[in-house]
Design a protein around this ligand. Structure first.
Ligand code: NAP
Length: 523
């Protein structure tokens, strides 16, 4: 099966042989993808002039209704998406649900909050600003949707959610998009786009997909477009550094990698709720999607006195996790996405081993359930232990079921170690010491996109360390890319341009009358 590209309102065969997409459990080829033959210049121009123009003619409420219809289409095809996730990503039911149900939920969420913007087509921000003695000449701020296209370049680990978390805010804003999913797992994104196209929900040109290499895509973006990228720091630098992107000042949002921390409070001894909750969350984060989540816990910071107990507890829990073919119902963790990622994980573990010791996870003794180790792409859950919080553990992100325990000797040191991630998507703090919680939040808040605080009062109610909810911010400073996504209607800011009005009060009032207020974005 060839994944045809959908550009300029039509499905186009690619030229050449294409790149194979494989099943990471049995090694079979599933599909082929390539962008060879795609005219990216024409594709983006069609998206801008046909798709975005048609979307801008609709109100926020009308666009929100389209998002709801897309969610209905996705929900109808959910079983097929789970099957594709199992085949192409080696996903368990829980892994597929995290991606696919997360995608459906995100679309529905934006449909719901988007409806509240009503029949308007642009936004006003803040109050009228007096600029003259008589009050005849006034100022104010408005935001209009950019008149270009949104370009999504996505990572391999979330083919469904990665589509919707970007598409819902862009479409609601009135921008057509062209998505380039990561090649190894493009099949699911492709199928979801195909389902939306077939359903005829969106205007012509509002949705385009190109699978395969980005080639000269970025050479065709303009000042009116918005690039939303998710992937590694190295690729992010290439996207940001593209000469055309720099020359045109094309807006770029980057969601990159991150060595996220979970921090256990100084008071938390084995048997305490905080200790038990940290252990449970760490094991879940290491094994869900085989640790292939940008938000997964990579560094586990514990008081030095508790590191042996934490190591034993995590190792004991990991030893009960069946790893293997997700077609076997006893299996709780599948493979990583392909052989290349498996090799990258093993290389990353080796780099960590230069300074850390392995507590759990012996690659040589590992045998996956119902799978041939030679053909498949499994990485055993691997827990490491660092002697201190300096060095390589703060630098290497192993994008798989791998995390490292780090001891700390004081609350100040715990915060300093978390900061050595150089900017992270998320940190979680497990403690019942209110003073420790407050001081740690204040020490690390500026370098984290999200902080999850768990004490005994919220045990069992927390949305979780690695779970990104559409109502809260996703993104992080520094190494994490410096981007901001989601956070409810704030996500619309990426796709709007703010401009200041200075003029007669009557003209200002006329604009205000036909705009939705951004005040509701912060409620
Ligand atoms: P990647 O290798 O950086 O690829 C990301 C995307 O960029 C893919 O679609 C890739 O296409 C494309 N790409 C590669 N070279 C390009 C270029 N020169 N110009 C434009 N696009 C280019 O990352 P990945 O391996 O797919 O994903 C894993 C990484 O993503 C991890 O580091 C993880 O932490 C990060 N991630 C971050 C988030 C977040 O929200 N912060 C979420 C998920 C993952 P091809 O596949 O065709 O090469």
């Amino acid at each position: 099966m060839n994944l045809r590209n959908f550009v300029c309102g039509e499905w186009q065969e690619f030229s050449g042989a294409g790149v194979p997409l494989t099943d990471p459990v049995v090694g079979d080829e599933l599909a082929r993808a390539s962008s060879e033959g795609v005219d990216f210049g024409a594709a983006l121009e069609f998206a801008r002039t046909r798709g975005s123009a048609a979307l801008r003619a609709m109100s926020y409420r009308e666009r929100a209704e389209s998002l709801a219809k897309m969610a209905d289409v996705f929900a109808k095809n959910r079983d097929d998406y789970f099957r594709i996730s199992q085949q192409n990503l080696g996903a368990t039911q829980a892994d597929a649900s995290f991606d696919v149900d997360g995608a459906i939920y995100t679309n529905r969420y934006y449909a719901k909050i988007g409806r509240a913007l009503g029949e308007t087509k642009f936004l006003k921000e803040g109050a009228q600003i007096p600029l003259s003695k008589t009050g005849a000449f006034v100022g104010g701020h408005f935001l209009q949707p950019a008149k270009g296209a949104a370009i999504f370049i996505n990572a391999f680990n979330f083919p469904a959610w990665g589509l919707c978390e970007k598409a819902a805010p862009a479409l609601l804003s009135g921008l057509a998009f062209l998505i380039k999913p990561a090649t190894p797992t493009a099949w699911l994104t492709h199928r979801m786009v195909e389902d939306v196209v077939k359903a005829g929900i969106l205007p012509d040109g509002a949705i385009s997909i190109v699978c395969g290499a980005a080639r000269d895509l970025l050479d065709h973006v303009t000042e009116s477009d918005v690039i939303s990228f998710t992937g590694s720091t190295d690729t992010a630098a290439r996207v940001r550094g593209n000469a055309n992107v720099i020359r045109r000042s094309t807006r770029v949002n980057i969601e990159a990698d991150s060595v996220n921390s979970a921090i256990l409070g100084p008071e938390a001894a084995p048997g305490s709720p905080a200790f038990d909750l940290l252990i449970k969350e760490t094991v879940r984060e290491m094994t869900l999607k085989a640790g292939q989540k940008c938000t997964a816990i990579r560094r586990i910071l514990v008081p030095r006195a508790q590191i042996d107990a934490a190591a034993q507890a995590i190792a004991a829990a990991l030893s009960g996790v069946q790893v293997g073919n997700p077609r076997n119902p006893s299996v709780k963790m599948g493979p990583v996405v392909n052989k290349a990622q498996q090799t990258a994980c093993f290389e990353g573990i080796k780099r960590l081993q230069s300074e850390c010791s392995i507590v759990f996870g012996d690659r040589n003794a590992f045998q996956p359930v119902d799978a041939d180790a030679a053909k498949s792409a499994f990485v055993p859950p691997t827990l490491l232990r660092a002697e201190n919080g300096a060095g390589i553990v703060n630098e290497v992100e192993v994008f798989g079921p791998v995390a490292t325990l780090i001891p700390y000797d004081s609350p100040a040191e715990a915060a300093a170690i978390a900061r050595r991630g150089s900017g992270s998507l998320v940190a979680s703090i497990f403690s019942d010491d209110a003073a420790f919680l407050q001081s740690t939040i204040s020490e690390i808040g500026d370098l984290h996109g999200r902080i999850v605080v768990v004490d005994a009062s919220v045990a069992g109610q927390s949305t979780g360390h690695g779970n990104v909810v559409p109502s809260c911010l996703h993104g992080g400073p520094g190494r994490a890319g410096g981007g901001e996504e989601l956070a409810g209607l704030r996500a619309l800011f990426l796709y709007h341009r703010r401009w200041a009005f200075q003029g007669p009060v009557a003209q200002f009032n006329a604009l205000v009358d036909s705009a939705a207020s951004t005040a509701s974005f912060y409620e």
